[in-house]
Design a protein around this ligand. Structure first.
Ligand code: SF4
Length: 331
């Protein structure tokens, strides 16, 4: 938390970058409060994960601090005390973790409390009143969180009772609609905000399937969280195979080639690159080559080169595996 050295704030806001959290920041900043918006950069966002600490000012009147999350966050996601939602999203545990982290930051910058952009009843589970209470309790911040968008539907937080935040200038927004938020954005002159979320891959059924498979096989580390975003995934003879779907993914897979993987590439014909976990035996490497051949748009046998991390290579002749066989191994 180098970037925060010597800085002081009134409130730390849990910030996603979406409209609701922008509004929460603006509502508090308009009350003359110094707001630090903390954005957690977790590995399950779409696109390439860039875990770097950043600090900058937003055009909306508050500062933004981007905090990368790593191994200890992943441990929480792998073993959530409160279980998973409809996919691989353990939202309660995740939010408790965020809240605890935000509390640490609040202590560092001398803030009197925390804020979120939550709206009561917007999400089926984690934005219910009982869930909010549980999250606060387990994070050790009971009564210390103000939710400017729905505060008037909740008992006053400490920040309101002590007069740090003027409750009269907070809102009573409930439910999934976005009309009121869009009207408020217009009123506050907020023009560029992202479309409604969908930013967490743990809520995506395809990603969730691969996530649970990797978890079950003890493969779920930070690198794997990124690989699960790329390519077609197979479990062949108990071993993980990832096959690129286009040039971009082939190049990404090549970048991930390290001591844990065998890189498979078709020779003399265009086709996908693939990573096969290093423990794979000869029979599995041959099966992987046949799966690659299936995606080379030929019915003829092809040559596939297997590159091992220590520099050794092996050339295999592989006939395309029938589609129903490929299907059988797909995760
Ligand atoms: S959707 Fe993802 S990031 Fe958001 S609370 Fe749930 S698990 Fe955490």
């Amino acid at each position: 938390m180098r970037e925060l050295k010597g800085k002081k704030y009134d409130i730390v806001l849990l910030y996603s970058g979406g409209l609701d959290s922008i509004l929460a920041g603006v509502i508090l900043a308009r009350q003359g409060l110094k707001v630090l918006a903390v954005k957690f950069i977790h590995p399950f966002g779409k696109g390439v994960w860039q875990p770097q600490e950043k600090f900058y000012s937003s055009p909306h009147g508050f500062d933004i601090y981007e905090v990368p999350l790593g191994q200890d966050y992943l441990e929480v996601i792998k073993n959530p005390r409160h279980g998973y939602g409809s996919n691989a999203n353990p939202c309660l545990d995740c939010k408790i973790y965020f809240m605890k982290k935000a509390k640490e930051i609040a202590e560092q910058v001398g803030a009197r409390g925390l804020a979120t952009g939550e709206v009561l009843g917007q999400r089926p589970f984690s934005q219910r009143r009982s869930a909010m209470r549980l999250i606060e309790k387990e994070a050790g911040v009971e009564g210390k969180v103000v939710r400017p968008l729905c505060a008037k539907l909740l008992p006053p937080s400490q920040l309101e009772t002590e007069g740090t935040v003027d409750r009269e200038k907070l809102y009573a927004i409930r439910g999934r609609g976005r009309k009121i938020q869009m009207k408020l954005a217009e009123e506050f002159g907020i023009k560029d905000y992202p479309p409604p979320a969908g930013g967490c891959l743990l809520t995506d059924p395809g990603y969730a399937r691969r996530f649970f498979d990797a978890r079950e096989h003890g493969e779920l580390d930070l690198e794997m969280t990124q690989l699960l975003k790329i390519g077609r995934h197979f479990r062949i003879n108990g071993h993980k195979l990832i096959v690129g779907r286009n040039q971009h993914e082939n190049e990404l897979l090549e970048k991930f080639f390290n001591q844990w993987w065998i890189l498979l590439e078709p020779k003399d014909i265009k086709g996908p690159s693939a990573l096969l976990i290093i423990e794979a035996d000869q029979e599995t490497i041959e099966l992987g080559a046949k799966i690659i051949a299936r995606y080379c748009r030929t019915e003829e046998p092809i040559s596939v080169e297997a590159k091992f991390p220590e520099g050794k290579t092996l050339t295999l002749e592989a006939s395309p595996l029938p589609p129903e066989e490929v299907e059988k191994w797909t995760i």
